[in-house]
Design a protein around this ligand. Structure first.
Ligand code: FMN
Length: 459
């Protein structure tokens, strides 16, 4: 069986993820493997048609394709994202159609599911036969049980290919065809009250819906709002995954391009940040992905704390709940208030105009000042994962995160609440006694609400 491995790590041969694929190749010598360093060679793949064609030809000849990638900002790296865009732009879908496929990632499990959902949906769009996702922890391969688990998955993948199992499409095709949005007249009625508003976009085409939405949105303010296009910033490339930033947040690109200054001087210093972009396949553009990946020089620390943020999206966001979750989680991780997301997918131009006016008002209303909603599972779960990783194995790599987490009291375990510890011990013992247990279960509901009811009644 011929298996093609599409390596999505910008580190190429030094990829952790690649070692999992290499391990499987060694353990299943009856199959032949071809490895392609996709993310690391993205510039060549873009520039040199023959290099790109070689990958397409290998995919065409393959019995199975393995998407092997590291998690980057809840998805794949910007370089891998660009490769996926190229497949569609260059109309290479036929090379992938009908091929059996699976995805493999390594990560710390922060939004690994959204990355696999994305790749699964892309495989469905390519009419591939997607048989499963394997999300490994970075160093799982060092453990015997995890090696077996991975080999079992790989074997089941090969078995699916050899038996040509039936596979159902999970993600329905996107129905596109948004109509042209015509912004209404500028209202110029809102005062930003000295707050700095920054709109970031990736749209070069000033005739597109995103530019029109930005025009309508910014037209609500009396004073001009700063709009920056990512294509006007000197960005030399995507994140290289080198993790040099871990020690003290100095990026490998420092002094080599304009991204870090842009992020520090514009994004961090704004009070309100509006992200505007069109959907490309099942995410925003690779250009936007580069923005998120490159902001990793701030490692696992939120940099937009207390800001009001919003998204203006052109395209079928309503059909991609995975992307909506990614945006919501980004807002929570950054400790911002996501004031809203306005899209052009439904409603007339007039209705979209009204939504944009409402959003503009919401962002600058005094009540929005410093308001931050409580986090959901997305933010709380994510923060705990990073906290545990930085406290544990990754501390010496991410030293600045460690200083920050320690300084902000984010290492809140094991807790020192001795009252709770004593109570837990005593109650655990007492509930072993049948008469007490009976009484306890009878009182439980009353006792659970008692302290909170006291606050509600008396504060
Ligand atoms: C820019 C960047 C973004 C990352 N984002 C995530 C993430 O969203 N979730 C996660 O669990 N790990 C994330 N990681 C960690 C990598 O996925 C992890 O280290 C992976 O094992 C690296 O694999 P590789 O050596 O094959 O590139 C990120 C790492 C980098 C450098």
């Amino acid at each position: 069986m011929n298996i093609v491995v599409l390596n999505g790590s910008p580190k190429g041969e030094l990829s952790v993820t690649l070692q999992y694929a290499r391990f499987a190749a060694k353990k299943f010598p009856q199959h032949s493997f071809r490895f392609f360093s996709i993310a690391q060679n993205i510039k060549r793949l873009e520039r040199d048609a023959a290099v790109f064609q070689e990958v397409m030809d290998a995919v065409k000849e393959a019995d199975g394709v393995l998407w092997a990638f590291p998690l980057y900002f809840q998805l794949v790296s910007s370089q891998y994202k660009r490769f996926i865009e190229l497949i569609f732009v260059r109309q290479q879908q036929p090379a992938f159609a009908g091929k059996y496929t699976a995805s493999l990632s390594t990560s710390v499990h922060f939004f690994d599911h959204t990355a696999h959902n994305y790749i699964h949906a892309i495989c469905d769009d390519l009419q591939m036969k997607y048989v499963g996702a394997y999300s490994a922890g970075m160093y799982d391969l060092m453990r015997k049980t995890e090696r077996k688990r991975w080999l079992d998955f790989a074997e089941s993948f090969f078995d699916s290919v050899s038996r040509q199992i039936p596979v159902a499409r999970v993600y329905p095709p996107l129905s596109t065809g948004t109509s042209i949005f015509q912004p209404g007249a500028s209202k110029a009625a809102l005062d930003a009250d000295g707050k700095k508003i920054l709109v970031i976009t990736d749209e070069q085409n000033q005739a597109g819906n995103i530019s029109a939405m930005i025009k309508s949105f910014t037209g609500n303010f009396r004073k001009e709002v700063e709009v920056i296009c990512l294509t006007d910033i000197d960005i030399k490339g995507g994140c290289l995954g080198c993790c040099k930033c871990g020690l003290d947040n100095v990026c490998e690109y420092a002094g080599k391009d304009g991204f870090i200054d842009f992020y520090n001087e514009k994004v961090k210093k704004a009070d309100i940040v509006v992200f505007a972009g069109a959907i490309h396949d099942r995410y925003l553009s690779a250009q936007w992905k580069t923005f998120f990946d490159r902001s990793f020089f701030n490692t696992h620390m939120p940099t937009l704390i207390g800001k009001q943020i919003a998204f203006l999206i052109s395209g079928p966001l309503g059909q991609i709940p995975n992307l909506r979750q990614i945006l919501a989680a980004y807002a929570e991780f950054q400790e911002t208030n996501l004031a809203g997301i306005v899209t052009d997918e439904t409603g007339s131009s007039g209705e979209i105009d009204l939504l944009l006016t409402e959003l503009a008002g919401k962002l600058v209303r005094p009540i929005a000042d410093g308001f931050m909603p409580p986090m959901t599972f997305l933010g709380i779960g994510g923060r705990k994962i990073f906290r545990d990783e930085v406290y544990g194995m990754l501390r010496f790599v991410f030293q600045s995160d460690h200083r920050y987490y320690k300084g902000r009291g984010l290492y809140d375990f094991p807790h020192k609440n001795y009252k709770a510890r004593r109570l837990n011990l005593m109650m655990t013992m007492l509930t072993k006694l049948p008469p007490f247990r009976k009484k306890f279960l009878k009182m439980l509901k009353d006792e659970m609400v008692k302290p909170i009811r006291h606050v509600a009644d008396h504060k």
